[in-house]
Design a protein around this ligand. Structure first.
Ligand code: APR
Length: 257
């Protein structure tokens, strides 16, 4: 289970960190309160702030970091049952984790839907407009096309229901870089069996780690990259991870040429 805290090392602000979090830096968007940027009512009143944020998160603008590649290494070692992410930056896909192993619980920019006729479009069809500060409009009915990011009050993607089986099966739960503030995602942290170890790697204690931790809970507090690197070192995977990162960043450099 991961949140925006795993992408801050890539240069993407999280939401709630005092000072640096997105919700503390929305002044230029002129919105009534931070979460409005992800609310349908406000979006239909003024979609510009959301699309300004979308432009900032343009795929390829940011790169995965050590944390993403650690999760990719877990997949390569056939140890990753599933990665549940709240992030919409697409860095998990960019690190090479296959979509079958991903649940993008708050959606992604990979696809978009017309807010009027509900037609679906590939996300990249919208990018030219988004990058040119134009509102993407449906070629059929001219309604505004909204990327399939889950707004507050919208249902989560059907794939989120995989959690019913996944968390019953899991024999280890990693929780990385999230405040566990937003439901229903946050409650997943309680869904594993009581006998299953839970490892939190986060700047601070969050969720039930703070008020009713379990006997097999472990909290590695501080910077997420340092925490992941310490775990990787204990696992003896440091060289493997460095080789993977070198290979993958070489591929991304090739794509940028
Ligand atoms: N190292 C360790 N922890 C970090 C780092 C870092 N480099 N950067 C941030 N964190 C921690 C913060 O201290 C915080 O506990 O990660 C957590 C990020 O929490 P939020 O900013 O609330 O992000 P997230 O949990 O993903 O928010 C959940 O809120 O508004 C919605 O849809 C939005 O998906 C988002 C959801």
């Amino acid at each position: 289970m991961v949140g925006a805290g795993i992408s801050t090392p890539s240069g993407i602000p999280d939401f709630r960190s005092p000072g640096s979090g997105l919700y503390n830096n929305l002044q230029q968007y002129n919105i009534p309160y931070p979460e409005a940027i992800f609310e349908l009512g406000f979006f239909f009143h003024n979609p510009k702030p959301f699309f300004t944020l979308a432009k900032e998160l343009y795929p390829g603008h940011y790169r995965p970091n050590v944390t993403h590649y650690f999760l990719r290494l877990l997949h390569d070692k056939e140890l990753l049952l599933r990665l549940y992410t709240q992030n919409i930056d697409g860095l998990e896909r960019a690190s090479g984790i296959p979509a079958s192993k991903l649940v993008e619980a708050h959606g992604s920019f990979a696809s978009a839907t017309c807010t009027v006729c509900r037609r679906s479009f590939p996300g990249e069809d919208m990018w030219a407009d988004v990058m040119a500060d134009r509102l993407p409009c449906c070629p059929v009915c001219t309604g505004i096309v909204k990327p399939d990011i889950v707004f507050f009050g919208e249902p989560l993607p059907a794939r989120f229901l995989l959690h019913v089986a996944d968390f019953a099966l899991a024999d280890l739960l990693l929780i990385l870089g999230t405040s566990l503030e937003v439901e229903p995602f946050a409650s997943l942290s309680e869904a594993v069996q009581k006998s299953v170890p839970r490892l939190l790697i986060n700047r601070d204690l969050v969720g039930s780690f703070a008020w009713s931790s379990r006997s097999k809970d472990v909290a590695q507090l501080g910077d997420v990259v340092q925490g992941v690197e310490r775990l990787v070192d204990l696992l003896g995977w440091t060289q493997e991870l460095q080789d993977l990162i070198q290979k993958e960043t070489g591929k991304l450099d090739g794509q940028d040429r």
